[in-house]
Ligand binder design. Structure first.
Ligand code: 13P
Length: 323
């Protein structure tokens, strides 16, 4: 089925009133987990490399892996460059074969955002690559647990949205309506009225960044009021860590304190002495015992965790059986 552009996949999603998940890829486990989920549920999917993740992986190497995985998949896959701020990296992504790029000049003035977005659109359109841009600003950072809040000053202004889309000729618009990237430290309250008005004023698909941590109800409302693409990273990252932790907890050698707690309360000192002895003995034993968790076990656990989380999101986004 293979490689699709963002425009193709989102046009279908808009008509079908569902959303397609965009999931950030950092390594092979993530790539395989995401594509595996999409194939299992017969869902279209957007796999994305974010510019902010480039320190963790070689740009060209991961691009080749992502494009090959997309071509081999038996569901539609978009290969997207997420939050591109540097002109050079966006052009590189196009050169490596990405079918969609995001130019993120959302922290610039309106005019500068338009200018930088148009620069990318001009190149991308010649090569049949879709372009997403952001108006207003979604704060925070992917995977972070330090996320603060979403100031209303950053929200997308309805009156600017049409002007921006008309001036730039982009394929999808990312809007700021109260989400942030990373783990929420507050209960997000999305401005659905604003979303509905933006949707009425523009004729292209809308994108929701900072999808992790939102409730199913938020997702459903966001889709109802006009969102066709939802970006997820943090929830996948947490799912991978949780699943590795579970594996370590159930497979690793544990200190067995059985038999330590049959003593009466007043024997506190004796109890401490017994526990200390037992722990020291167990630690010595552990060194002799064979380690039970291998690195491939960890890779497998993280891949499974990611896959299950992606499947959960696809079900809520309504993209199952839409391949
Ligand atoms: P989260 O990390 O909050 O899911 O945001 C992901 C995102 O929007 C990537 O562009």
């Amino acid at each position: 089925m293979a490689l699709y552009t963002l425009r193709e996949v989102l046009e279908k999603a808009e008509k079908g009133k569902y959303s397609v998940g965009m999931f950030n890829v950092l390594n092979v486990e993530m790539l395989r987990g995401i594509i595996g989920a999409a194939e299992e549920l017969r869902s279209p999917v957007i796999i994305a490399l974010a510019e902010v993740h480039l320190p963790f992986v070689d740009f060209e190497d991961i691009s080749h892996l992502m494009i090959k995985a997309a071509k081999d998949a038996d569901v539609p896959v978009v290969v997207h460059f997420d939050h591109g701020q540097s002109f050079e990296n966006i052009v590189k992504a196009i050169h490596y074969g990405f079918t969609s790029v995001m130019i993120d000049a959302s922290m610039e003035s309106f005019d500068e955002n338009v200018r930088r977005t148009k620069e990318i659109v001009k190149i991308a359109k010649v090569l049949g690559v879709s372009v997403e841009a952001e108006l207003g600003h979604v704060g925070g950072s992917e995977g972070s647990s330090e996320t603060t809040f979403a100031p209303e000053d950053y929200y997308t202004k309805v009156e600017d949205a049409k002007k921006f889309v008309d001036s730039t000729n982009i394929d999808a618009l990312a809007v700021a309506i109260g989400t942030v990237h990373g783990e929420y430290k507050f209960t997000p309250k999305l401005d659905f009225k604003r979303l509905e008005e933006i949707k009425k004023s523009v004729n292209i698909p809308l994108v929701l960044h900072g999808g992790s941590g939102l409730s199913d109800d938020d997702f459903k409302k966001a889709i109802k009021y006009g969102i066709s693409k939802i970006n997820i990273f943090t929830d996948m990252s947490l799912a991978a860590v949780n699943s590795i932790e579970e594996l370590l907890e159930c497979k690793c050698n544990k200190i067995n304190c059985e038999g330590c707690f049959g003593l009466n309360k007043p024997d506190k000192e004796k109890l401490i002495e017994i526990i200390v002895k037992k722990v020291v003995q167990e630690i010595k034993e552990m060194d002799k015992k064979e380690r039970k968790v291998t690195y491939p076990d960890i890779i497998q656990a993280s891949m499974e965790g990611i896959k299950e989380e992606v499947k959960k999101k696809m079900r809520v986004f309504g993209s199952v059986n839409k391949a």
